[in-house]
Design a protein around this ligand. Sequence first.
Ligand SMILES: Cc1ncc(COP(=O)(O)O)c(C=O)c1O
Length: 398
Amino acid sequence: MKPLASRTGRISTSQTVAIDAKYKRLKAEGRDVLSLGAGEPDLDTPESAKLAAIESIRMGRTKYTAVTGLPELKAAVSAKFARENNLAYPPADIVVSSGAKHAVFNALLALVEEGDEVLIPTPCWVTYPELVRFLGGVPVPIPTSLETGFRASAARIEAAITRRSKLLILNSPGNPTGAVYPEAELVAIAEVLVRHDLYCLSDEIYEHIVYAGVRHVSIASLGAEIFARTLTVNGMSKAYAMTGWRIGYTGAPPALASAIAAIQSHGTHHPANVSQFAAVAALTEDVAFPAMLRDHLDACRRLALERLARIPGLKVFPPEGAFYVFFDVSAYLGKSHGEGLVRTSLELCEYLLETRLLATVPGSAFGLEGYLRISFACDPDLLVRALDRLSEGLSALT
Ligand SMILES: Cc1ncc(COP(=O)(O)O)c(C=O)c1O
């Protein structure tokens, strides 16, 4: 048979899939397995969104919509950008997609050519480098560390720029670390991007989930020049606990918004009509939901940090946003558990799952070895039980 397209060889399912498959198998077998791996809020979708979706089905609003989204939704997103982010994207420059992940894919399809370099502060969300490689681009990781607050400085970004650099992917608040870029650092980064004529893909999906007085700033709001070269991606998944509805959106300069619309018109056409009605209701009727969700997650965050502080040898980065804790477990690597050595963060995750029935995510999945990521977006009782298992599992290593 003829071979598959060569681009399929440039993308892989994430290394955490094996862990996830094992977790699901144990669960299906009825084992008492706990997961701190999930990337979604544990609260239910707002009632207004559910009712709007039911109503839209009853009213027969179940046909195609415009490619870039329902006019009502684009108006609501445009108002949201103005109200919450100080961004003036008219509805014509907004494309609604099937989740922020799809919005990121569309944006990269519109920008990345063979050999283009894409700067990515790392550790980072796994999807960014995979998609860049898939499109023939070259992901250029900009290493960050716990000591530098897991943020890339303007100077480090500038030092990584070459003739082939096309764009920077910025994710603040960030997955997996929860780092948030303060305004002054964004001003300096924007200045570098403008000076070197680079685009910025700003993934702001965790914008509402910030703690302890930390403020999220949209880089595109920092001046006309950076606005003209930034795509601002956001969506309903995290702030409105609507992961399964698959609604994301992009505000972009007009030429990019048109290119993305053309790509989407031949790819997915538009996100599900019913989900779009749900998103309109959430954005217009449930503006207080994100703050309520954040308060719930903040209580979980404090609980998680308090429990992790009791475990010797961990170096924990207190997250300023998102709902993950990323912590250094290198003190436990190289130790043994009777049957073998735990050498890497992936092996530590496998060990915790097999012996303590606890699912976590290895730092290597995000481009930084020696760390684990846990999600604290879960019921507090479950969180305590899971972190007890982590503590017991680590202390059993010798
Ligand atoms: C940084 C980041 N961007 C985007 C997404 C995807 O969001 P959506 O569910 O809207 O596709 C995630 C999900 O984990 C994420 O962590």
